[in-house]
Design a protein around this ligand. Sequence first.
Ligand code: LLP
Length: 405
Amino acid sequence: MTQYDSDQRLTVDGTALEDVAREFGTPCYVYSAKTLRENWARFESAFQRQNHLICYAVKANANPALLRSLKELGAGFDIVSAGELDMVLSVGADPRTIVFSGVGKTRQEIVHALNHNIGHFNVESVAELERINELAGAQNTIANVAIRANPDIDAGTHPYIATGLEQNKFGIPIAEVPKLEKTIKRLTNISLMGLACHIGSQIEKCEPFAEAALSLEQLRQTMTELGFEITSMDLGGGLAATADAPTINEWIDALETTIPPDVTLKIEPGRSMVGNTGVLLTRVEYLKQSDAKNFAIVDAGMNDFLRPALYQGWHDILNCRLRDQEQPLTWDVVGPVCESGDFLGKERQLAIHQDDLLAVTCAGAYGYVMTSTYNGRPRPAEVLIDDGRATLIRQRQKDLAEPIT
Ligand code: LLP
């Protein structure tokens, strides 16, 4: 998505990032509409079967412009809160394509989703099954539910984003699910029509996905024998967006080979859909060199991009002006926030000057959505590049000192 032009300026689809920074300021997220469309096309062409639904995981990036594009391309949505439900409804999502995940759905959130007749709830506990049944009963309706099973599979990812192990809070242990037969049959205001799982995020191998698909398919067969008609199998998201991760094609292949073709196969991609569509632009404020360390202090901090601080996430950092004639030095690229954990990248080889513009790559997923106003810092701006035009799609936050109303 990024490329240096003949003037040695870093560009996104032909637009120089220097120009974007001049117009919209920094820190600033910049997304490529073209890359988003290409990612979508990769997903669509990877599926061999007719019955499938790509439910984009809204939590990865909820900018309305991106949600609208995805909706227009034909995406369904995986949501985890009433807030996300409102966001996708506001861009015109078809409620039947919405899957509601999450371990802690409140009564209000469930009622809100029932009112809008969403596709189904991915249910994560027996208590939640009972609650949905009760609330659907009060509305005299029947709620579609899928049980999210926890298959106890090690996805080999950072412990904070591994979700498919038995020590994780997510899902119902897979061996317990058939034992719920009588409970589910007693709850007459729910209809069990699906099974789901999501084993984690930033997964760099196909094997855990294949293993999860097999476990879920075995569960489907068991549930069928118990008299349930499971028409939907939701394998979640989780594919990494790193260069050596499996391709989208390889991921879908790993799932498709196991799930029978007459069952609707759903996935909930977040990072693999939007990760590589975005960069975070940040300006070098100061360079500080000593015998022990070289620090490049930039104007984006952990409040603007939390992944490095929270998961030691690695994101390549590029200078928006190619200084390939200069000797690179080793820099810790750090933010202005008063925490030593506030860094964007450590020990990076860069040729940089004060006031240079840097681009933190693969920042389209879990970037803006995880921003905060910590240290009294406004949330950054967001810009979309489409067909040679740069459009502001979210203003930099203005009023930090809001009155209590
Ligand atoms: N479905 C469910 C139920 C999920 O919990 C998630 C992510 C996804 C789908 C999408 O996963 P993806 O395809 O994006 O890996 N903030 C962390 C990632 C948290 C992921 C939470 N769940 C990070 O920056 O790495």
